[in-house]
Design a protein around this ligand. Structure first.
Ligand code: AHR
Length: 500
């Protein structure tokens, strides 16, 4: 029996709801087909956005959406995506399959989508191939309420009122697809570009995000912070609100990646071990950030994370379309637990990507839509959004088949919401063994318990022919004794337990 000890008296900080954020790039069938089908489509839509997809995302309580990239962001010229659709420029999407981008989904459509979803907006600007004035004019177009060339253009294009931009990324992966820059060069460019990301609405300042490292490139983090700090105090905190970090799980490494659906126990554990590694990245990049920002005012923004496998056989390699199994559910469950536990530094995370690309929560085919196992994890974890992280500890053995890839059998995080409900999210990483749990609170006399579970064969996934193979279910097999809750968590499954 494993003990899960919860000290509900020790509150460790607020889990920003943006940790449950998403990312949608002009890549493959993410935007086009996945979200935007156009007003004339036979697929039921509202102003071009698929109704089925919007409803599912709202039920999952999506808090924020990042757009338009990714690598696409540093090749995107926003003026190509405004005005009458028939006049919009067509371009080649050089990064992703060389297909024609007709720009029919642009600024107005993105803001409309976020309005329909009721979520915050995170726009990523073009530093790699765009100009300072282009970026500055985009902000003016989006957020300036008065009389100005860009505000007038927005009004001419049918949107009288200024929008609210919550988050703005100044470039993406500028160490690679965003311009192959050195950290010092990027950081100097960042200083310049961000100067012109003006706050026209003083009440709602834009949260500015600086391009951070890839995986374990600690020298990037150090050099960017060093350069952005140089001679910049005391205005530094106005210059940067967040620093992004990107990390993808590839079980067989970047070149080989591995299949999304065919794997054995050894690859299962290897994948989960690589998912857990994100905690090391948070700690090590966080330690560097602490040197420059000891009060943790700058958020770590994990704005690309998730599993990156081989594409589904027979699909366009540039579209990054992959299936999603219980293994993805475990990766999501573990990663989100880790973000929760580091909510003192991690202020936003955006899984890559929302629909039909990489570790998607939704897959579509024509008018059909399926919810993936990862979708159910986001649904089961939504009670953590804006809740208070509580101190918790689980006594657990290690499991695995290769010494290098041993993982803890159990993985948890715990929070308390404004109504006093305690939410526990718990994963069993074992391929074989269930675990009997003894959940103990420091003081709480347990009155009510309810739960949900996601449990299926490790390789199970939802297809268009069998869309409900993996689905969350209610769970009520609890025994309650004073301040303890006893239950069994099956092998390779994820649970949400709510206690009051
Ligand atoms: O999410 C796919 C790509 O991965 C993004 O465009 C890029 O930022 C990252 O390398």
């Amino acid at each position: 029996m494993a003990k899960l000890i919860i000290n509900e008296k020790k509150e460790l900080g607020v889990i920003q709801k943006e940790i449950y954020g998403h990312f949608a790039e002009h890549l493959g069938r993410c935007i086009y087909e996945g979200i935007y089908v156009g007003e004339d489509s036979d697929i039921p839509n509202t102003n071009g956005m698929r109704n089925d997809v919007v409803t599912a995302l709202k039920e999952m309580e999506i808090p924020v959406l990042r757009w338009p990239g990714g690598c696409f962001a540093d090749e995107y010229h926003w003026k190509d995506g405004i005005g009458p659709k028939e006049n919009r420029k067509k371009m080649i999407n050089t990064h992703w399959g060389g297909v024609v981008e007709d720009n029919s989904f642009g600024t107005h459509e993105f803001m409309e989508l976020c309005e329909q979803l009721g979520c915050k907006t995170y726009i990523n600007g073009n530093l790699g191939s765009g100009t300072v004035s282009e970026m500055s004019e985009w902000i003016e177009y989006l957020t300036f309420e008065g009389v100005s060339p860009m505000a007038d253009l927005r009004k001419k294009n049918g949107h009288e009122k200024a929008w609210k931009v919550d988050f703005f990324g100044v470039g993406n992966e500028n160490w690679g697809c965003g311009g192959n820059m050195t950290p010092e060069h990027y950081a100097n460019e960042y200083r310049r570009y961000q100067t012109y990301v003006r706050n026209y609405d003083a009440e709602n300042p834009i949260y500015k995000i600086c391009g951070g490292p890839n995986v374990d490139d600690y020298s990037w983090t150090k050099a960017v912070l060093e350069t952005t700090h140089r001679n910049s105090l005391p205005a530094f905190h106005g210059m940067m609100d967040g620093l992004s970090v990107h990390y993808y799980v590839h079980p067989e490494g970047w070149e080989l990646k591995g299949s999304a659906t065919e794997f054995d126990d050894a690859v299962w554990y290897k994948t989960l071990k690589k998912a857990i590694y994100i905690e090391t990245l948070i700690q090590r990049h966080g330690a560097i950030m602490d040197q420059y920002d000891p009060d943790k005012k700058i958020g770590m923004i994990m704005d690309e994370w998730g599993c990156w496998f081989n594409v589904e056989p027979g699909t366009n390699p540039g579209f990054l379309y992959q299936q999603n199994t219980m293994r993805d559910a475990l990766v999501a469950g573990i990663s989100l637990n880790i973000f929760n536990k580091h909510c003192d530094r991690v202020k936003m995370a955006n899984i890559a990507q929302m629909i039909n690309v990489l570790q998607a929560v939704i897959l579509t085919e024509g008018e059909k839509m399926v919810l993936t196992p990862t979708y159910y994890i986001f649904q089961m974890y939504k009670n953590h959004q804006n809740a208070i992280l509580l101190e918790s500890h689980v006594n657990t053995d290690e499991v695995g088949v290769e010494e290098e890839y041993m993982v803890p059998k159990l993985h948890e995080s715990v929070s308390k919401d404004k109504d006093g409900w305690i939410t526990v999210t718990l994963s069993n990483l074992s391929t074989e063994d269930a675990e009997e749990m003894d959940m103990i609170f420091s003081d709480l006399l347990v009155k009510e318990v309810k739960g949900e579970i996601l449990s299926a064969k490790m390789q199970s996934y939802n297809s268009f022919d069998a869309p409900e193979t993996v689905k969350k279910e209610n769970f009520d097999q609890f025994t309650v004794k004073d301040n303890r809750v006893l239950f069994t968590i099956p092998a390779h499954s994820v649970m949400q337990i709510r206690v009051k």
